[in-house]
Design a protein around this ligand. Structure first.
Ligand code: SAM
Ligand code: SF4
Length: 453
């Protein structure tokens, strides 16, 4: 069984008003960066007392730095197609939304989109698509191969509908880094209500896709609840349980946990968001993810505002999308030509997002190393748990920002990036690492590219 919903409900009922002593004990354990048990995560999720929440947030911010250093990874989504045969009530792409223009980009158009992103400085792209057999496995593979062949994108991740093990194996062979699919809600009755038609109706087929992906050779998979469909405590705890299941069975935690919060979409079929998730709730969710599964990247998308995304960095978020368009062709053809899947709220460019990451005291990173050197799955989880990723993440962030500075930065932002690099270099305490890093920076200055540890 991937998750036991009765156990999750029971744990959430047990804990209503945990004492400050109990929270202190849990936070002491969490501060070591080795994770928590499900019961402890349930206890933290039930906290509502402001002072206790602040302590949870503070510990989560500290654990993030202990595990990944100050780096915040930046990437962009690229929508392939908005054709969809499913009827998800919350999504603008659903098949009953007859009024919308549908587009499936040709692989050459996908390349043009990826080139536009490359021109902005992105090195990793997340391909996203609706579910339609006419634009299924072969089409996605053609797009992946075309982007690798014709652009400088270094890693391609994929958010695509669940499929069988053989198809997942082919996606892996085509070079997909992380396979991502969100369960939306782990609460079966709500899931069934929200997905009335189409293949996505099948709760179990979706829930078990990460097991199939790992069996197919994906070391790294990305999970996430669509927050707002059901009680966030249930879905957050179930997401943690999902990651624990993957760790027990395959020795690797979920590589990423995304935190999409339901946004109005064109012709929104729901009258309102069924379960409101406040900003404070979302901060708590991020913090509890960070403390329970410290090795996971926590991904905050442009569904959230610029200001709030900055706040999320301090409670454990480690990855931000930037400059996002959620309509196929959005980067080359502009925002309005085809409908967006949901409305985005943070419209800043890559360099603007980099600037705010730096302002918050963190270091932007365009790193793609682990996927390319095979530091994935079990190895990534164990290296991160043992504390040895922090140094590598920090060093690779410095190298990627140096490269961005040389190739993309305009006059107005050069000084800001140089200052950030120098401050980050000052933080490197290991003399051998510092020397190696300075050597690589010199090589970058001499024209070499794509250097990493
Ligand atoms: N079609 C595929 C699927 O459903 O798995 C993958 C891509 S779907 C375009 C990406 C994710 O967007 C969904 O899994 C869902 O969590 C999220 N999403 C859909 N509608 C949304 C909305 N109105 N607000 C916020 N996120 C939404
Ligand atoms: Fe289709 Fe995915 Fe939107 Fe559902 S969430 S309608 S499957 S694109």
């Amino acid at each position: 069984m991937v998750i036991d919903s009765h156990q999750i409900e029971k744990l959430l009922k047990e804990e209503k008003q945990p004492s400050a002593e109990k929270i202190s004990t849990i936070l002491e354990k969490a501060a070591q960066g080795k994770g928590l048990g499900l019961r402890e995560a349930a206890t933290l999720l039930s906290v509502s007392e402001p002072l206790l929440l602040q302590r949870i947030f503070k510990t989560a911010g500290e654990v993030k730095e202990k595990v990944f250093g100050k780096r915040v990874v930046l990437f962009a989504p690229l929508y392939l197609s908005n054709y969809c045969t499913n009827g998800c009530l919350y999504c603008g792409f659903r098949n009953t939304n007859k009024g919308m223009d549908r587009t499936a980009l040709e692989p050459s158009q996908v390349v043009a989109e990826a080139k536009t992103l490359e021109g902005m400085g992105f090195k990793r792209v997340l391909l996203v698509t609706g579910e339609d057999p006419r634009w299924g496995l072969d089409y996605i593979i053609d797009c992946v191969k075309a982007v690798y062949k014709n652009t400088g994108m270094r890693i391609i991740h994929l958010n695509a509908p669940p499929t069988d093990t053989d198809s997942l194996r082919k996606l892996k062979e085509a070079g997909v880094g992380v396979y991502q699919s969100f369960q939306e809600t782990y609460h079966r009755p709500t899931y069934e209500l929200m997905h009335p038609t189409g293949r996505k109706k099948d709760y179990d087929f979706r829930l078990e896709v990460m097991d199939r992906a790992m069996e197919a050779g994906f070391g790294d998979v990305g999970i996430g609840p669509l927050l707002g469909l059901y009680d966030f405590r249930f879905d957050a705890l179930a997401s943690i349980a999902h990651s624990f299941h993957l760790y027990e069975k395959f020795g690797a935690h979920a590589h990423t946990i995304s935190i999409p919060r339901l946004r109005p979409a064109e012709d929104f079929a729901l009258k309102e968001v069924p379960y409101t998730v406040t900003d404070e709730d979302l901060k708590k969710i991020v913090a509890v993810f960070r403390l329970s599964v410290p090795t996971a990247g926590i991904v905050a998308s442009t569904r959230e505002t610029a200001e709030f995304r900055s706040e999320l960095l301090h409670v454990g978020a480690t990855q931000l999308s930037a400059a996002s368009r959620t309509n196929p062709g959005g980067y080359t053809r502009g925002e309005k030509e085809t409908l967006e899947q949901f409305s985005t709220t943070d419209h800043r460019s890559l360099i603007e997002v980099m600037g705010s990451v730096i302002d918050e005291g963190y270091l932007p990173s365009l790193c793609t190393t682990c996927y390319r050197v095979g530091r994935v799955g079990h190895e990534f989880t164990e290296k991160t748990l043992s504390g040895s990723m922090e140094k590598l993440c920090q060093a690779n962030a410095i190298l990627t920002i140096k490269e961005y500075l040389s190739d993309y930065a305009q006059n107005g932002s050069r000084e800001m990036l140089e200052k950030a690099i120098n401050m980050a270099l000052n933080d490197v305490s290991d003399p051998a690492m510092k020397k190696a890093l300075l050597d690589k920076i010199k090589e970058l200055e001499e024209g070499k590219r794509d250097l990493y540890f």
